[in-house]
Design a protein around this ligand. Structure first.
Ligand SMILES: [Zn+2]
Ligand SMILES: [Zn+2]
Length: 362
C-alpha cells in the first residue's frame, strides 16, 4: 500500500482535516499519479452534504484531478513517468454491459465505480483527488497536453467533458446558434468550447456583472436576468441550449427559444421536478435531453481540443487550509469560476485531533 496525505471529512457538516490514506500498490495496468491540482466541483459539495444519502464517510472528494505520472505498471502502454495525466469522475466500469461495449461507459449499467464514494472491486470505498497520490487503471486516465497548465486543466476533467460531450453530440458548429444557461464553473468552459466549434453563442445568466467575462470568453450575446418578456422576444432564435444551472426554471419559456428541430440539454439536477407543456415540444419539433459527463475517448478528445484552441478553465487556486471557506463561497456563488486545490499544501495543513485515517483505505 502507498501512504498519501489527503483532506477528508468525517461526516456531514464536519469540515475537512488532513489524514493519511492508503492507495493500492501499482498493479500491471495501473498508473500512479502525483496529483498537482484538484478542481472543486458542485458534486463534491453534494456528497459532502450527503444530499443523496449515499455518501461513504469518511470521504475524500475530488474528481477533477490533474498531475504528473510517477510510476506505471508493466502492462501500461499509453503512459510513462513524467507525463501529465488526468482523472475524472470514473475509475472503473464493468466493461461488458451493453453501454460499456458501445462506448458509453459513463452510463455503465453494471459495476460503475466513481472516483470517490463508490466501492471498488475489493469492496473498499474509493477516495478522490484532494490527496497527493492516486492509483488508477490506465483505461480511466487521460493525457493532459503539456501546453495546458495543470491548474487550468483540472476542472476540464468534469466541467469540460460535461459540456463538450453534448456540444459535440448535438452538433455545435459554424451554422449553429447555441445558448448557454448559467455562466459559472460549467458555463464559462461551455462558452469557450462552443465558440471554438464556431457556433454563435449566447450566454444567459442572472448576474449582469458577468457580461464582460462572457464576451471576453467568446459570447456573441449576453442576456442578463432573463425575464419572460425578453425570452418571448428571443423566441425561435437558438438551435441548441445547454443548461448548466441546477435550477427549477420555467422550461416552457426556454424551450420557446428553440428554432425548428432544436434541443434543450439538461446537465444540472434541480431540487424539484421540472414540468413541461407538451406543446413546447410539439411546436418546432423540439427535443428535451439530458447528458452525463462523457466517455474516456471523448474526454481525451476534449483535452486535445482545448489544448489546440486555447480553451481552459479559469481558476482561483486555494491551499488546503482554505477549503472550508472555499466550500462556503462556492455555495454562495462567490467564485470566479472554479476553485483548484493546490495539493502540495495538504502536507502542511492542520490535522484533526482524533485522526480518522485508520478508517480510510485505498
Ligand atoms: Zn464534477
Ligand atoms: Zn458496464
Amino acid at each position: 500500500m502507498i501512504d498519501t496525505n489527503a483532506l477528508a471529512t468525517a461526516g456531514r457538516g464536519e469540515g475537512f482535516d488532513r489524514v493519511t490514506i492508503q492507495r493500492r500498490d501499482v498493479g500491471p495496468r495501473d498508473v500512479l499519479i502525483d496529483i498537482a491540482y484538484c478542481g472543486i466541483c458542485h458534486s463534491d459539495i453534494s456528497y459532502v452534504e450527503n444530499k443523496t444519502g449515499r455518501t461513504l464517510f469518511p470521504l475524500v472528494p475530488g474528481h477533477e484531478i490533474a498531475g504528473v505520472v510517477s510510476a506505471v505498471g508493466s502492462e501500461v502502454t499509453r503512459f510513462a513517468p513524467g507525463d501529465h495525466a488526468g482523472v475524472g469522475c470514473l475509475v472503473e466500469t464493468c466493461g461488458v454491459c451493453r453501454n460499456c461495449r458501445s462506448g458509453y461507459e459513463q452510463h455503465c449499467s453494471g459495476r460503475r465505480v466513481g472516483t470517490y464514494s463508490s466501492r471498488d472491486a475489493e469492496g473498499r470505498a474509493t477516495q478522490g483527488g484532494y490527496s497527493e497520490k492516486i492509483v488508477v487503471d490506465e483505461r480511466f486516465v487521460v493525457q493532459i497536453p503539456k501546453n495546458l497548465k495543470l491548474q487550468n486543466a483540472a476542472p476540464l476533467l468534469c466541467a469540460g467533458i460535461t459540456t463538450y460531450s453534448p456540444l459535440t453530440r448535438w452538433g455545435a458548429g459554424p451554422d449553429k446558434r447555441v445558448g448557454i444557461l448559467g455562466f459559472g464553473g460549467l458555463g464559462h468552459v461551455a462558452v469557450q468550447i462552443s465558440r471554438a466549434f464556431g457556433a454563435r453563442t449566447t450566454v444567459f445568466d442572472l448576474d449582469p456583472a458577468k457580461r464582460d467575462d462572457a464576451f471576453r470568453l467568446g459570447a456573441a450575446d449576453f442576456v442578463a436576468e432573463p425575464d419572460s418578456e425578453t425570452l418571448t422576444l428571443l423566441a425561435g432564435s437558438l438551435d441548441l441550449i445547454i443548461c448548466t444551472v441546477p435550477a427549477n426554471l420555467n422550461l416552457d419559456a426556454y424551450l420557446g427559444l428553440l428554432d425548428l428541430g432544436g434541443t434543450f440539454v439538461i446537465l444540472g439536477l434541480p431540487s424539484k421536478e421540472l414540468t413541461v407543456d407538451a406543446l413546447s415540444l410539439i411546436i418546432n419539433q423540439r427535443a428535451l435531453a439530458g447528458s452525463r459527463i462523457g466517455n474516456l475517448a471523448e474526454t481525451q478528445g476534449m483535452l486535445n481540443f482545448c489544448a489546440e484552441h486555447g480553451v481552459a478553465a479559469e481558476v482561483e487556486v486555494i491551499g488546503a487550509d482554505d477549503i472550508d471557506e472555499a466550500y462556503e463561497r462556492l455555495k454562495a456563488g462567490q467564485v470566479r469560476f472554479r476553485f483548484a486545490l493546490d495539493v502540495s499544501t495538504i502536507a502542511r495543513a492542520s490535522t484533526a485531533a482524533s485522526t480518522t485515517s485508520s478508517a480510510l483505505i485505498r
